[in-house]
Design a protein around this ligand. Structure first.
Ligand code: M6R
Length: 606
């Protein structure tokens, strides 16, 4: 996720671009840059935040009434000045900003290098201006259209050429882009908040739209360059609300982003019927030599590792364990070169996780990082980093990162199983189909968030909460409980459902709420019996069950149905109702959901 802005009109472009980028900083903040056409085409960019860009700009005088800007969330190439956008074409006549991922950039780059082109950055984006220049014959619109025909992946791009000073071109495919219509001026941005100060007349561009923007006019075309009509919408949001996309909190916004996060995490990894992890460096021989697999992480990332542990045992038939990094780092784990250590971290900066990684490496383990923040410490120190591409997560409570972590871990384990010959082609085909179905299933759950809010409104007297489940549902119950305690401050514990009668059942009273996760098909009946034990002690039960499993209604007080999903992948979507329960519990209590007391987003100290 990155942020794009563009301006053309009578005013100086620079302050408008900077102001727009500040409003989009929640979309990415590892580097920023602008390009303005005045006397010349000038690009200024830097690693860091918009404030760092402003400092750099304070020593320059840049004038011009047309420009584009970018705030970056790195996906390819670490955050540094060179990888920051905008990117020039080879001759420096054309300049581009981009949000998204170009899946086939390596192929294109190789082709252009063969022709003698020299690239400057490590980004996927840079192939775009180079390609546009290849096709340029005096009309930027035509050149952009031809170049984007060759691109696979997702993109919102804005393009300017110093040979055509009265226009810029934008295109969108699977990444958002909106047009702001003004009086003798027009704007473009990744999101509405960047424009609201200047205009409330907004056009939401659709997939495949290519727009030619001038000061006094704009034309939107389809990919055959036939003009098309898009309606102008009058947007009356307040700027602060708009930054959260109209959501009350970033946490809710991030939960609602999860269907797209699911799609992005599998981009380039589910290809037709095939599961691929192009970034995986381990060879078949190296994989065959692995005799134990660890997942080390903290908090939510640790819970994602727990899911991984089940999958490794099932598909790779290798002993596996998930460990809390703060414990692991002070033990003397038996590790050698036959150990594979997965290090899971959203931020890539968690102190305990880094220490666990260093211990594992020192003992000779092979290390794979499952990381969100590109260029973070974990990503630099592991042997092999595989990014989850969840985009910036602003709320302290991790939601969309968990979804992407579990998904990417599942993809890696299944791909390893394929390399090792433990995954039949038919099964791989079925799994690929199931991955592709996750987007709709996640959407289905999110669209029914009202059911959860309604249930939560009946839980005012609840004093403590237990989350129970078996197997993968147990892994979910730990994450559900963590989410609830960290943002609602209600005491919550996750237990294996079968453990209840070994102690926790003594705590169940009519003021206890039990969230029973009963989606794991092989153990459905067993969990049902545990729910009956709770009901017999007067506890209130909300069951999370699969569509069709309606006999659970006879036992539980309420049931939230999730779409049928293959068990191995079910945690990716079945966590969503648990995240929503935590959210609405905190919301009805009027708490500071995005910044819960005593907690920080990134725990860089012990
Ligand atoms: O950045 P990391 O994934 O390494 O962070 C690990 C934990 O600190 C983090 O998941 C924490 O538990 C969250 N607040 C949970 O919502």
């Amino acid at each position: 996720m990155c942020g794009i802005v563009g301006y053309i009109g009578d005013k100086e472009a620079l302050p408008i671009l900077i102001d727009g980028l500040k409003k989009l900083e929640y979309r990415g903040y590892d580097s920023a840059g602008i390009a303005i056409i005045g006397k010349d085409l000038t690009v200024v960019k830097t690693q860091g935040r918009i404030s760092d860009l402003e400092k750099k700009l304070s020593t320059e005088e840049i004038q011009g009434t047309i420009g584009i800007g970018h705030t970056r969330w790195a996906t390819h190439g670490i955050p540094n000045d060179i990888n920051a956008h905008p990117h020039f074409s080879e001759s420096k006549n054309i300049v581009v900003v981009h949000n998204g991922i170009i899946e086939n950039y390596i192929e294109i780059k190789k082709m252009l290098i063969k022709e003698g082109k020299v690239f400057r950055s490590e980004t996927d984006t840079e192939v775009i201006p180079y390609l546009i220049e290849e096709f340029y014959e005096g009309d930027l619109l035509k050149a952009v259209n031809k170049a984007t025909d060759l691109l696979e992946g997702s993109y919102a791009i804005a393009v300017m050429s110093k040979n055509e000073r009265d226009r810029f071109i934008v295109v969108r495919k699977d990444s958002p882009l909106v047009l702001g219509v003004g009086d003798h001026e027009n704007f473009v941005a990744s999101d509405i908040p960047a424009l609201l100060q200047y205009t409330k007349d907004i056009i939401i561009l659709e997939n495949g739209d290519i727009a030619d923007i001038h000061k006094d006019s704009y034309t939107i075309y389809d990919r055959d360059l036939k003009p098309i009509r898009r309606n102008i919408q009058r947007i009356d949001w307040k700027i602060e609300d708009a930054q959260k996309g109209g959501f009350k909190h970033f946490m809710l916004k991030e939960i609602f982003e999860e269907p797209n996060v699911i799609k992005e995490a599998m981009r380039g990894r589910i290809k037709g019927d095939s599961i691929e992890i192009p970034e995986l460096k381990l060879t078949k021989e190296e994989l065959s030599s692995i005799n134990q697999v660890y997942f080390v992480a903290c908090g939510t990332a640790y819970h994602a590792g727990l899911v991984g542990r089940y999958l490794v045992e099932k598909y790779l038939k290798i002993p596996s364990t998930a460990e809390v990094a703060s414990e692991f780092r002070y033990r003397d784990p038996v590790i050698d070169k036959h150990t594979l250590l997965f290090v899971v971290s959203q931020s890539g900066e968690t102190a305990d996780t880094l220490a666990a990684l260093r211990l594992g490496k020192a003992k000779g383990a092979k290390t794979i990082g499952i990381v969100n923040v590109v260029g973070s410490s974990v990503s630099r120190e592991v042997d092999n980093v595989i990014y989850i591409h969840a985009g910036p997560e602003i709320a302290v409570a991790s939601t969309k990162a968990y979804v992407a972590q579990v998904e990417v871990i599942a993809l890696i384990v299944l791909y390893m199983a394929k390399i090792l010959g433990c995954l039949e082609t038919e099964e791989e085909k079925h799994l690929a189909k199931e991955f592709n179905a996750l987007y709709d299933r996640a959407n289905n759950i999110i669209q029914r968030c009202g059911e959860i809010a309604d249930f939560v409104s009946t839980t005012k007297n609840i004093e403590e909460t237990f989350y129970i489940g078996r197997n993968l549902d147990f892994a979910l119950s730990l994450e559900g409980a963590l989410k609830l305690k960290e943002i609602s401050y209600i005491h919550a514990e996750g237990y294996p459902a079968g453990e209840l009668k070994h102690g926790p059942l003594a705590l169940i009273t009519p003021n206890s709420l039990v969230i029973a996760i009963n989606t794991y098909k092989p153990l459905r009946e067993k969990t049902l019996s545990n729910i009956k034990e709770v009901k017999a002690r007067g506890g209130k039960v909300l069951a999370i069950a699969e569509e069709g499993n309606s006999n659970i209604e006879e036992v539980a007080d309420r049931v939230f149905y999730v779409p049928k999903t293959r068990d191995d992948l079910a945690p990716i979507v079945n966590i969503i109702p648990l995240q929503l329960i935590a959210y609405y519990m905190a919301e009805t209590r009027g708490l500071d959901i995005d910044k819960p007391r005593n907690l920080a987003k990134s725990v860089t100290v012990e």
